[in-house]
Write a protein that binds this ligand. Structure first.
Ligand SMILES: [Zn+2]
Ligand SMILES: [Zn+2]
Length: 389
């Protein structure tokens, strides 16, 4: 019950709303007025108080501290422990800055850890996160610095928080206490449980470690350098070994695993393998006479133009721009495919002069409009309109 999240029965990545709801439920169940245990109720209140306060929650996540001391090392200037620094990449491109909200708190989830966290030993679990990138970052490459506060066990006290200790008087240094309890007439039960006074450690702090002020961990600013090279694909994972925070739970910190994701929904290009796909609309006249389309949003950043003068096209035709796609790992580029949408043709019938000129190019036989009765023409007009709109 010591872990704040466990007290409320929520996961470590619970939203503020989930925490609020879990608190309401738990408070209702354990309210002393309804016969609940006062201590349990207080613990639930405390958990809610901390987890519903963003700053205090972040601090708890990183250090396991429930203290309300905001001047501690857990927060950096502005109370925000993360920042992405756009550096200059290997290709002379500035790195991208993107939303840090998603990442915050998760990399360290359980950093420091709750005080009575169950010891598991070994290496901690890897923490997975997405890194949102623009299509142009995948195209040109980018270098991103992910800065955060990383908790490491205090070297002075080796993570005990104590400079000196004494054996616990309550349990004689055993860490466990044997209690005799009468459970019925003439029936005595012997129970063995971790000592409350020393939390099962068998020793108590005589003097608090000066290196960490008893917090067991110290934080330092750490920057992970994320290097995106051309040819990398969406979904690719980058592993940073042992970069999670130290915890009380595990001997070794877990890995930070970042998954590259495309996060530029406004960009019109669809990316598949090394190829790009886009749809462009041209007028009816352009579809017949040729056109130039500008590929705005193309990841090369230069809005390349595609010129078509190869003759009339049908609606839905796909044109190929060789080398207009994404970079490939071994060098070279994929292609860009442009699907042509033709906007509706004119809805007015040709004048006899227009029909004659079109006929001279297209061949065929022009209708003799002058001989079409007015009524029929109006009918033809409305038919065409209803087909088009
Ligand atoms: Zn003890
Ligand atoms: Zn220390």
């Amino acid at each position: 019950m010591s872990d704040l999240y466990e007290r409320l029965g929520v996961s470590r990545d619970a939203s503020t709303e989930e925490i609020r709801r879990a608190y309401k439920d738990a408070a209702r169940t354990h309210h002393p007025d309804r016969g609940g245990d006062t201590e349990t109720f207080k613990k639930i209140q405390e958990a809610h108080e901390i987890l519903s306060d963003d700053d205090r929650r972040k601090m708890y996540d990183m250090t396991g501290s429930t203290s309300n001391d905001q001047s501690g090392q857990a927060t950096t200037a502005g109370g925000f422990p993360f920042s992405f620094m756009g550096g200059m990449g290997p290709f002379g491109m500035p790195g991208v800055a993107f939303d840090m909200g998603d990442i915050f708190g998760n990399i360290f989830g359980g950093g420091g850890g709750p005080k009575k966290a169950q010891r598991r030993g070994g290496r901690g679990p890897a923490k997975h996160h997405d890194i949102g990138l623009k299509l142009s970052d995948f195209y040109k490459g980018a270098e991103i610095k992910l800065k955060f506060n990383q908790a490491r066990k205090c070297l002075d006290c080796k993570g005990t928080g104590a400079e000196s200790t004494e054996p616990c008087g309550q349990c004689g240094g055993q860490g466990m206490k044997i209690q005799m309890r009468q459970i019925g007439p003439g029936m005595i039960a012997q129970t063995r449980a971790p000592c409350d006074a020393c939390e099962g450690e068998g020793k108590r702090t005589m003097r608090v470690c000066r290196g960490c002020h008893g917090k067991k961990f110290n934080e330092r600013e750490k920057a992970l350098e994320i290097r995106i090279t051309p040819g990398m694909k969406e979904g690719e994972k980058l592993t940073f070994a042992g970069e999670c925070s130290d915890t009380l739970e595990y001997d070794e910190p877990g890995d930070v695993v970042l998954t590259l994701r495309r996060a530029d929904e406004e960009n019109p290009f669809v990316w598949k393998d090394a190829d790009l796909y886009i749809s462009k609309t041209v007028s009816y006249a352009e579809s017949v006479l040729g056109f130039t389309v500008t590929l705005d949003g193309h990841p090369n950043g230069q809005a390349p133009r595609f010129v078509w003068n190869g003759g009339p096209l049908i609606h839905g035709a796909v044109l190929e721009m060789k080398g207009g796609g994404m970079p490939k790992v071994g060098g070279g580029y994929g292609n860009c495919f442009i699907q042509i949408q033709i906007s509706p043709p004119p809805t007015k019938p040709w004048t006899p002069e227009e029909a004659a000129r079109l006929q001279s190019v297209l061949g065929g036989t022009a209708a003799n409009f002058e001989k079409v009765p007015t009524l029929d023409l109006a009918f033809a007009d409305s038919q065409m309109s209803s087909l088009l709109f």
